[in-house]
Design a binder for this molecule. Structure first.
Ligand code: SF4
Length: 267
């Protein structure tokens, strides 16, 4: 009986085990290899320290120095963020550290938040607010042609047949969705406006148009991902409203878009 059970179990796994596809295997293989290398390094270090090797002590000292340096830099960055958020002013000397720390520690914050049961969108919304305060404090002002309003396709009314992603001028401004209102603002201030179907298209638009300032509209998740991708550009982020759920007939507060435009354009 036990033999039969073992044989059945073998057959079961043979039938149900699905090997990762080749594309996934690359990633899984690489992270496994990374873990193995880390384990070998830790093991070798531990062995050498145990044997009283001077090399190992020097290596340990270097690792500790790097960790202390990282902690000091992180502390300075967080201090810069606190000063900015409390006083409403960015100290130029802390500006770079606070930006680096905010972006570098975001994935850690998301993981720690998940452990504590904090909703990811709440953390992302908080990060967006921090980003926007820094955006305002930078007071970067550009010419209209250097500014791009980047909107997601889900703002367009789902029943509208106009291909606004190809050419925003296809919009007839019928008032059924926010795209018409955005086009009015783009014309009023002479800035660029584009509607993107996703992150890849958004990145391509930024590469092609090379804006100095982007006013990005999207859900919190896409905004955070876009902010991480476009760190070298000044981005003001506005979360869309989703009365019918995600990705369908979303809306944007046009007043907030106009405020961001007025704060970013040269007089
Ligand atoms: S405002 Fe423009 S994009 Fe929106 S439904 Fe009307 S024509 Fe279509």
């Amino acid at each position: 009986m036990p033999m039969a059970t073992a044989w059945n179990r073998g057959k079961y796994w043979e039938a149900h085990l699905v090997m990762p596809e080749p594309k996934k295997r690359v990633f899984v293989g690489l992270i496994s290899l990374s873990l193995l290398i880390l384990a070998v390094l830790v093991g070798t270090g531990w062995y050498l320290v145990q044997r009283g090797s001077r090399v190992a002590w020097w290596l340990l000292l270097m690792v500790l120095s790097a960790a202390i340096g990282f902690l000091i830099y992180g502390g300075v960055g967080i201090l810069g963020l606190l000063v900015s958020l409390i006083t409403g002013r960015t100290l130029p000397v802390l500006s770079r550290a606070q930006d680096t720390v905010a972006f570098a520690l975001l994935p850690v914050a998301l993981r720690v938040g998940a452990l504590l049961g904090v909703d990811k969108d709440r953390i992302r919304a908080s990060f967006i607010e921090v980003n926007n305060q820094l955006f305002r404090q930078k007071e970067k002002r550009v010419h209209p042609q250097e500014l791009l309003i980047l909107a997601p396709i889900c703002l367009q009314n789902a029943a509208c047949p106009r291909k606004v992603t190809n050419d925003i001028r296809q919009c007839r401004r019928c008032g059924r969705c926010s795209v018409g209102g955005l086009l009015e603002l783009a014309d009023k201030y002479g800035v660029n406006l584009a509607v993107a179907t996703g992150g890849t298209k958004a990145r391509q638009l930024i590469r092609d148009l090379r804006p100095q300032v982007v006013i990005a509209i999207a859900c919190e998740r896409d905004l955070v991902s876009g902010l991480q991708d476009a760190r070298q550009i000044t981005v003001g982020a506005i979360a869309n409203q989703r009365p019918q759920g995600p990705c369908l007939n979303t809306q944007v507060d046009l007043g907030r878009v106009e405020e961001a435009l007025q704060a970013s354009l040269l007089e």
